[in-house]
Design a protein around this ligand. Sequence first.
Ligand code: DOR
Ligand code: ZN
Length: 371
Amino acid sequence: MQGGAPETRDTDLMEQIMTAADTITSLTIRRPDDLHLHLRDGAMLAAVVADTARHFGRAIVMPNLVPPVVTAADACAYRDRILDHLSDHKHFQPLMTLYLTETTDASDVVAAAEAGIIHAVKLYPAGATTNSASGVRDFDKVRSVLEAMAAIGLPLCVHGEVTDPSVDIFDREAVFIDRVLTPLRAAVPGLKVILEHVTTADGVDFVRDAGGNMAATITTHHLFINRNHILAGGIRPHYYCLPVAKRERHRLALVAAATSGAPQFFLGTDSAPHLDTDKQSACGCAGIYTAPNTLSCLAHVFEAESALHLLEGFTSVHGAAFYGLPPAQDRITLVKRDAPVTFPASRTTAHGEVTIFDCGEELYWEVEASL
Ligand code: DOR
Ligand code: ZN
């Protein structure tokens, strides 16, 4: 930059942009998709599904029920049970997944995908998280299924943590990348893979450098919490999830990735309701329930990063594109209120309360005119 005049013009422009950003109070975006969601079943499903359907158009529904969703027939039946609760939200499409086991039948997977019944297969290393006992121990046993998926472009959603008890829980994602994900990508290079709920800078770097058929979902809660939120000054079970939140530098890497506009990164809330009695226990369940306030939280993060213009890509465009889904045609509007918006502390189910995520900050954005 030479001379005084151009610098003055740049300064003026920057002031205008900052003024505009300060005064944005309404944002209309394509209706978001949640590319990683736990809806459960029975009374819990009945209590929680509207919290997602109210704001979102589609969701990739996780298959870790008890027993898990392992066949096309299971997925059809589960989809019907979800749809039974959606008479007030007919726009919402649950996109079903199968739980990969060592006995999964490749032809059943291909037939389910070609019939539009399923949109992904989920890989849980055995024992990695809630209801993952039927997961994979020997990756050679699922190789033919992965090759069949690659041939038809069906994505593999990966819970990216090793379960080796000798590996520290805070290192399990990084070790998974070295021990499992890198060899898996080399073994089946054509497979679309999503590193679900990425929690580390290592994961972000891996995905960013991996090339076209690799992506990652980022949750809402991992943009807010680090491991101190769980453990410092008392143990806080409602911030406990898997993969567990890591150090602050990892949270910052996730915020940078989510707000970067890079198409490999998109929203998968991993909203995972558990009864408070199951979380507030000597051996509490992993999972954070974020569905009711996720979009308010995300608008808050993107605004703080001066990236509100990139929110739509993260919530509504990148994920659909990776899954080969058409972009949503309808839209929602987020409005910024003058006073903080409040959310209930919990959702009531037939069996008890489910605490809603408290992001620890005052939220001003909310979805307007939701269905
Ligand atoms: O925190 C989590 N909860 N992580 C998972 O991977 C599973 C989920 C659940 O199903 O509760
Ligand atoms: Zn999950």
